[in-house]
Design a protein. Sequence first.
Length: 457
Amino acid sequence: MATPSKSPALQQTLGTVQLWGIAVGLVISGEYFGWSFGWASAGTLGFTVTSLFIAAMYTCFIFSFTELTTSIPHAGGPFAYSKRAFGPIGGYFAGAATLIEFVFAPPAIALAIGAYLNVQFPSLDPKVAAVGAYLVFMTLNIVGVQIAATFELAVTLLAIFELLVFMGVVSPSFSLANFTKGGWSGADGFSMAAIPGMFAAIPFAIWFFLAIEGVAMAAEEAKDPKRSIPIAYIAGILTLVLLAIGVMVFAGGAGDWTKLANINDPLPQAMKLIVGENSNWLHMLVWLGLFGLIASFHGIILGYSRQIFALAREAYLPSYFAKIHPRFNTPHRAILAGGVIGIAAIFSDELIKIGGQTLTANIVTMSVFGAILMYIISMLSLFKLRRTEPNMVRPFRAPFYPILPAFALLGACVCMVTMIYFNPLVFGLFIGFLAVGLVYFLLTKGQRQAALPGVAA
């Protein structure tokens, strides 16, 4: 009698170093661009205070979030934790928030890749290059998680190397006086007038660390998630904090930082102040800087695909997206689905305007809204599960409980209130996405009950 063939499933192939590469790679493009806009509203010193607060929040969050990740290793990440803590509705809001974060970040990075390539090759349409990036890296994610993770590790190491090169080249000319001049919202000394700018700079400080939690969505593909994920997360957040501080300080001390505050390429421009326009160091930074964008773009595709897959597997999305490729054992339909949404965003950026800005200018903010809501729900889930399931196996326990998760929760709430105040229109659209998804969630309750009999829908 023939043995029935097993259905394709996610494969446990990822080691600790590869998970660390994913953790850092998901985020590292934030070290290259985006953060310097915080200087425009807060000044260098004000933004340093904001960044240290956000770094502390993320550090506390990661130490706390790791408890959930190792206790419930699930491709859905926050969706699975919140569903267990608060039932299907909690799972929906955490899953939807995470999906918004991870689906809206890639088109912004893809357009940055396209813009960068357009500088090197002026005849190349940035949008065409952005679509090309999607096609290349969706394909790489489909052909196997081991190949994808190995590539992610390689480009992440190159991106880190380039950041270290940048700091090394500009360090001999570093001047603390340059960094501190006009450091408090344009003034040399601190005053109460600097505080609003520090709050307004929060989204740009978050950009330093956004999406590191995506490692949770690779938990089902880790060889030993109870051991490897804590190491990857903790090493990852420490790596990113050190790089963020180093990049920000050395760039600000290279010369007149106000020339870097409203541009998309602060590192090349800071190096240009030191070595001039024709230096080989500058050309190397410009070229290898592309690896930072690629690392984050590639890693976030892995993250959004696992979130779509997990939600579809639980019948929160159509089951069509829960299929695993029979040869490559990857969620190929989920990978393609997120790509379709991202490519649509790329070509609609001139059609939809929010607050006078194009959609492209606001999709990063939309992604941050998703992240912050997910952080809040995840920390609430941690507190709830500690109370309702005290005997749950917890291979890693959040240190200094409840202080660390409470600080992470407080920090996330401060970020949410600030983001709403400064971005009311984008927040309204964010709520609209959640509302539309909630209607679908409520209308498909019967489908979940039929697909998962005996399980709350």
